[in-house]
Design a protein around this ligand. Structure first.
Ligand SMILES: Nc1ncnc2c1ncn2[C@@H]1O[C@H](COP(=O)(O)OP(=O)(O)OP(=O)(O)O)[C@@H](O)[C@H]1O
Length: 572
């Protein structure tokens, strides 16, 4: 990719963020910009007017010339109030505009991401989630630290140049120089925004996050196998890299500030010299000369905001590229609302015939895999039918279960529920009609009842006990002094592995889906418990169809049909 195309891509991300913010909240956007001028103009005018007034009053005192003090002192009080309240109002309005926009953008990015995850193009991970939240946080600067300071610096700079030119045309030179020099420093920051430091900082932050999560999640294995020290060293290395990258970035920011400060002081010196020369030559009176110098003296405060914002433009530009790429798919993706009519016929039967689940010529490959896991796989499961999928380890059984449940989307072919493509079903509808029981249920550091009610917020205690009984766990929980209110440790600590799996089953039993998808349901259970769990599930499932990934004979014995994953793809 050429430097020019990368540059325009970066500019595009930032431009799109700004244009979205304008489109979503035009009033707040414009009001924020307008409000930002109030404290800046009031502050700089206050400085110039005060300088003029103090000098003019002193001269009037010395020479006895009449000076109307009422109007300037009233103006000074008014400007001081305008500056204070203007700054408060500006913060309120610009931050409100930004947070409203970010709330929208966050939803767009996350729903775009969910759609992509559903299409199988990417998969969810803690790293990705961290990146997304960091990107959205970085984007609050696009309006607040780039757009507002740029517009304010240009506007206030023009006002000061005009005011100085009205006092004496040559006095416009100082503020003009300050403005051009600051713009040059800012454009240097824009040119360097793709420097390796920013990318290194992001990479180190990500490594730190992922390694810390890994250490916490895997601390038991690491302690058992003696890997804690190596992990700790890896975290410290990422932390050191982050510190180095941050220091390099800060050094550039400091250099930019030094140059901008130098340029501002040079502009003040130039204005002072010109003003003295004009006073000496009798072309300007002293109060106006002081006013001009103080007007230019107030400019660096306004221009400093610009440099501070542009110092972080690289981080913002990369965040904007990633965010717009993700949220962009939401803009273009068809947002067909789910309608019950589209799926069910008047009789309540699935509209597409008697099949509950249809896989039609499904092909799927994991990113970066040499070849597809599944190629042209087809399967039909009728209402109430129990189908077992078997196959050697790594043949793609769990991948098939994820495709059938809509957690992954096929690269080609179609997966349909009751005749409707899964992609066309709303997420809530999909989860209501399909219940997935995976190999390892996610259990939270909360009470047993709260862990169960994830599946149904409104379930009564009686229903929870029924579900626990169906999962062969009722007696075990009833023995706990706190019963349903027993608090589990992180990841279900306090229950054995088999009990944790059965609690996952009990949670699934709070749903009434058309299709259960079971991935090695009785894995890790002893033979009598596995038989009990299968008996209870058989009684519990009612008319729901079942797609079961199975390794055990006892599981296959319950099925109406046993199909190998190879046979689904026409390989027997
Ligand atoms: N998230 C993933 N990213 C990349 N490749 C994956 C991912 N999950 C699975 N695979 C690969 O896809 C192939 C099929 O995996 P899958 O888990 O579907 O097999 P399986 O038949 O369920 O195996 P097992 O019986 O051992 O659970 C394997 O080669 C595996 O390495």
């Amino acid at each position: 990719m050429t430097a020019r195309s990368t540059r325009s891509r970066h500019a595009d991300g930032l431009r799109r963020i700004l244009s979205w913010q304008w489109r979503f909240h035009p009033l707040a956007f414009a009001a924020g910009l307008a409000m930002s001028f109030v404290p800046a103009i009031a502050g700089i005018t206050l400085l110039g007017l005060s300088g003029w007034f103090i000098t003019a009053a002193a001269l009037a005192g010395l020479t006895g010339v009449f000076l109307n003090v009422m109007i300037p002192s009233a103006l000074i009080r008014g400007l001081a109030l305008a500056r204070t309240f203007g700054r408060y109002g500006e913060r309120l309005v610009t931050h409100d505009a930004t947070f409203r926009f970010l709330a929208d953008l966050r939803c767009r990015i996350f729903s775009g991401q969910a759609r992509e995850a559903g299409s199988g193009r990417v998969w969810r991970s803690a790293g990705l989630l961290g990146r997304l939240t960091a990107d959205v946080a970085a984007l609050d600067g696009v309006y607040l630290r780039l757009a507002v300071p740029t517009v304010v610096a240009a506007g206030v700079g023009a006002v000061v140049i005009l005011a100085c030119a009205l006092l004496s045309p040559s006095l416009a030179l100082g503020p003009l120089f300050a403005l051009v020099a600051t713009a040059t420093v800012a454009s240097g920051l824009v040119r360097h925004r793709k420097s390796a430091d920013g990318r290194r900082l992001e990479a180190a932050q990500e490594a730190l996050r992922v390694r810390t999560v890994d250490l916490v999640a895997g601390r038991r294995e690491l302690a058992v196998y003696g890997g804690l020290d190596a992990r700790r060293a890896a975290i410290l290395a990422a932390d050191a890299r982050m510190g180095d990258a941050e220091a390099a970035l800060q050094a550039r920011i400091v250099r930019a500030n030094v140059w901008a400060g130098f340029a501002a002081q040079a502009a003040v010196t130039l204005t002072l010299a010109l003003a003295l020369w004009l006073v000496a030559s009798g072309d300007l009176d002293l109060p106006r000369a002081v006013a001009a110098v103080l007007l230019v003296l107030g400019l660096p405060e306004v221009l400093a905001g610009l440099i501070a914002g542009y110092s972080r433009i690289g981080l913002m530009a990369r965040a904007a590229d990633r965010a717009t790429a993700r949220a962009g798919s939401v803009e273009t993706a068809p947002q067909e609302p789910f309608t019950l009519k589209a799926v069910m016929s008047a009789s309540g039967e699935p509209a597409g015939g008697h099949d509950v689940l249809t896989l039609d010529g499904v092909t799927f490959a994991w990113p970066r895999a040499a070849r597809p896991v599944l190629e042209n796989a087809s399967l039909q499961i009728s209402a109430g039918e129990w189908v077992c999928i078997v196959g050697p380890s790594g043949s793609g059984k769990s991948t098939l279960a994820s495709l059938a449940s809509g957690l992954l989307g096929p690269l080609s072919g179609a997966v349909r529920l009751g005749g409707t493509d899964l992609a066309a079903l709303g997420e809530a509808e999909l989860r209501r009609r399909i219940t997935v029981i995976g190999q390892r249920p996610a259990l939270f550091n909360d009470t047993i009842s709260a862990n169960l009610r994830i599946a149904d917020q409104t379930a009564s205690d009686d229903r929870l006990w029924q579900a626990l009984e169906a999962a062969a766990l009722k007696d075990r929980i009833a023995r706990q002094p706190e019963g349903l209110e027993t608090v589990l440790g992180e990841g279900g600590l306090g229950l054995s592995g088999g009990e944790q799996r059965r609690l996952g089953l009990a949670r699934a039993y709070l749903t009434t889906p058309d299709l259960f998808i079971l991935d090695e349901m009785t894995e890790g259970l002893d033979a009598p418990t596995a038989a009990l769990v299968l008996d209870r599930f058989t009684a519990f499932r009612g008319k729901a169809a079942v797609l079961m990934i199975a390794h055990k004979r006892e599981e296959m014995a319950r099925a109406d049909r046993v199909v190998s994953v190879g046979a689904l793809q026409g390989r027997v």
